[in-house]
Design a protein around this ligand. Structure first.
Ligand SMILES: [Zn+2]
Length: 682
């Protein structure tokens, strides 16, 4: 037996690197297991001490003690989950399968600890007599509700069953994610020079790089990374290859064998339905929506259903135009899903006289990063300075010191931009450490992970408009984490309801297309010249182009997610249910869901966005309206509005009710009008 690690000295729990970071150079994959075990034990002891305290419960000895407990566990977990997402391997994956159910068991036990709950319950009952400030009162209420929703009021049998369900769900979520990753990693279509008709230079180099990474130097790989899959199906003139790529992409997680997610999904849906029933809710959606802005499945449908009808109309009109274009070009093929991006791009070029590939040389990764920072400086006064040579979880990771306008410390920002086989797909923000004031306090350490195609050595990485938007989006989440100004850890940064959390990120995307930002940062990779005004105007005019497709693929996923979870039971055959739901919605067979069930990570890699994929559109209603405030002011950097935005949205975390926060910024709640208009669906 190896000795029990000393949590006060171990690099996973005692962080001694520059800028308050862990010293990643001293961390190995083999270190996690023993530290996890020790940190879990230490947390258990802390919880027992709080629960067993003989003194009358106080905010200090109960709520604050609970919030500040488990710090070593938080630390080892944050590093581990960062590795598991951004740079995994067989060792980490095996450990993930072991750790997930252990953590689920651990947190189930805490939320079902009767002595602990009775102390929280005691404070909750006396809450009006304790003279609490608004944030503390909110944290107390949220904590109490969290215990109840986690089964604190169940009888012993119910508690045992709920704990078992949580553990199973956690394991299944891990398996789901690993299966998708395996399918994405294992599939590649290796092409030769002669197969590249229509493929622009930037994509050609990305495909060459992807092939070389997979040991096939000299060839070109189509992979299932969005950075390659989407442009390939947009530009490749080879219909047969587009079809092959489309099929592989939409079949991720449904290829039979050990990595098939069909049964995983079936079991998860059944367990979720059972969990909801046990806790007294009509459906899993009702349980998940209980503490959101939307609150009920009906409110979600009130938003999505009208949008869906508009999206279908728009998509049908767009398809008719594309079919005509294809016929005029001499194509006799029946229009199919793998034709959509290709002909949409041709239609865009015809309507707006430019193509995506023309924009790309102006969107250099480094300049888009600089634009992100610049906007944050102009709006909020914060500055970013890169610190070279600071070790992180992978040599690609870049580290930035973040300061306030007065030069004081604000936090640390890390960013990991390029795709690699060890990284899961998608883009995300997370925290190694949240910022808060309670106890000794902590500064935020926030990171972004992207999956941009790596450029060949010596060349600049170029982004598509969508990728640049993604970078702004995730950076918006990062700012939500970095600008946080709250006392209590549990309401720090992005700890807000799911249908509010996309507001800071989606709102930030709007600044990418502010002309002053593009003029300054969209410089041609070869000439260094700014994007010509004519091209910029065309790009802005084309902004709503393709809204039929984008809204249909998104809303279909959101509606299927609700259909799965808003029923009291679970479908025995989820994929048949998916097909039947889409048929009832009149989903066109020329558009696929943005995320089909077997790879819908938002919904099945964990509970994260289950019955919650609609949240992006809910937040979009808010962000479209919020940006309108700057448009109405006639200045995208209006200082008074920027201050309100910072105080009420980016700094406030979950310290207040989200509706109150939004009203404090904007004066009123929005309707869906601005969102529909910005999407071009009005
Ligand atoms: Zn987001």
């Amino acid at each position: 037996m190896p000795a029990t690690p000393d949590l006060a000295a171990n690099p996973l729990t005692h962080w001694t690197g520059p800028l308050g970071l862990p010293d990643f150079s001293r961390i190995g994959d083999g270190d996690f297991s023993a530290v996890f075990d020790a940190a879990l034990k230490a947390h258990e002891a802390e919880i027992e001490a709080i629960a067993g305290n003989a003194d009358q419960p106080t905010i200090e000895n109960t709520l604050a003690a609970l919030e500040l407990s488990g710090q070593p566990l938080d630390r080892v977990s944050s590093i581990f989950w960062c590795k598991a997402g951004a740079d995994t391997n067989d060792t980490i994956q095996a450990l993930e399968r072991d750790v997930s159910p252990k953590m689920a068991r651990h947190f189930s036990a805490i939320s079902m600890n009767e002595k602990l709950f009775s102390r929280i319950d005691d404070l909750y009952r006396r809450r009006d007599t304790l003279g609490l400030d608004a944030e503390t009162l909110r944290v107390l209420e949220k904590t109490w509700k969290g215990f109840v929703r986690s089964g604190a009021k169940l009888d012993a049998e119910g508690k045992t069953r709920l704990a078992a369900i949580n553990e199973d769900l956690s394991s299944l979520g891990t398996t789901f994610g690993q299966n998708v990753l395996a399918d994405e990693r294992d599939w590649a279509l290796f092409l030769d020079e002669a197969d590249l008709a229509g493929v622009p230079d930037f994509l050609r180099s990305a495909m060459a790089e992807a092939a070389e990474l997979r040991g096939r130097k000299g060839r070109y790989a189509v992979t299932l990374s969005r950075s390659i899959y989407e442009p390939f199906t947009t530009f490749s003139a080879r219909r047969d290859l587009r079809e092959a790529a489309w099929r592989a992409f939409t079949m991720r997680g449904e290829n039979g064998g050990a990595c098939d997610n069909t049964a995983v999904v079936r079991d998860m849906l059944a367990l979720r339905a059972e969990k909801a029933k046990l806790l007294g809710y009509d459906s899993f959606a009702a349980l998940m929506l209980d503490d959101t802005m939307a609150k009920t499945p009906k409110a979600v449908h009130d938003l999505l259903d009208p949008v869906w009808r508009k999206a279908l109309e728009k998509a049908a009109a767009d398809q008719a135009e594309m079919e005509k274009l294809a016929a005029d070009a001499g194509s006799n093929d029946k229009f199919a899903a793998w034709d959509w991006r290709f002909w949409q791009e041709k239609l865009r070029a015809e309507k707006f006289a430019f193509d995506e590939a023309e924009l790309k040389p102006y969107l250099q990764l480094d300049n888009v990063i600089a634009a992100c920072f610049d906007v944050a400086t102009r709006l909020f006064g914060v500055t970013f300075e890169e610190k070279k040579g600071v070790p992180a979880w992978h040599p690609d990771v870049r580290v930035f010191e973040v300061k306030n306008a007065d030069g004081s410390e604000r936090g640390t920002f890390l960013a990991d931009y390029f795709a690699r086989p060890s990284k899961r797909s998608g883009a995300w923000m997370s925290a190694l450490q949240s910022g808060y004031r309670l106890g000794e306090g902590a500064s935020p350490i926030i990171y972004n992970v992207m999956n941009f195609a790596r450029p060949p050595a010596g060349e600049a990485a170029l982004l598509s408009v969508d990728e640049a938007k993604t970078l702004f989006h995730e950076f918006g989440h990062a700012l939500h984490g970095m600008l946080t100004d709250v006392t209590w850890p549990s309401v720090s940064g992005t700890s807000v309801s799911r249908d509010f959390v996309e507001l800071p990120s989606q709102l930030y995307e709007h600044w990418l297309t502010v002309p002053a930002v593009l003029e300054k940062h969209a410089l041609h990779v070869k000439t260094g010249k700014a994007m010509p005004k004519a091209l910029l105007d065309k790009m802005l005019a084309a902004r709503t182009f393709g809204a039929g497709f984008a809204t249909t693929e998104f809303t279909a996923s959101a509606l299927v997610d609700m259909a799965y979870h808003a029923r009291p039971d679970a479908p025995a055959e989820p994929l048949a249910f998916e097909a039947a739901t889409l048929a009832a919605l009149a989903m066109p067979d020329t558009i696929a869901m943005r995320h089909r069930t077997p790879h819908f990570g938002h919904v099945f890699s964990g509970d994260g966005y289950s019955a919650g994929y609609y949240s992006y559109m809910w937040s979009e209603v808010l962000d479209a309206d919020a940006f309108s405030a700057f448009e109405e002011a006639g200045d995208a950097f209006d200082p008074a509005l920027a201050k309100k935005l910072r105080d009420n949205i980016y700094a406030a975390g979950g310290s207040k009710d989200p509706e109150d926060l939004y009203r404090a910024f904007r004066g009123k709640m929005p309707t869906a009008d601005a969102m529909m208009e910005k999407r071009g669906l009005a």
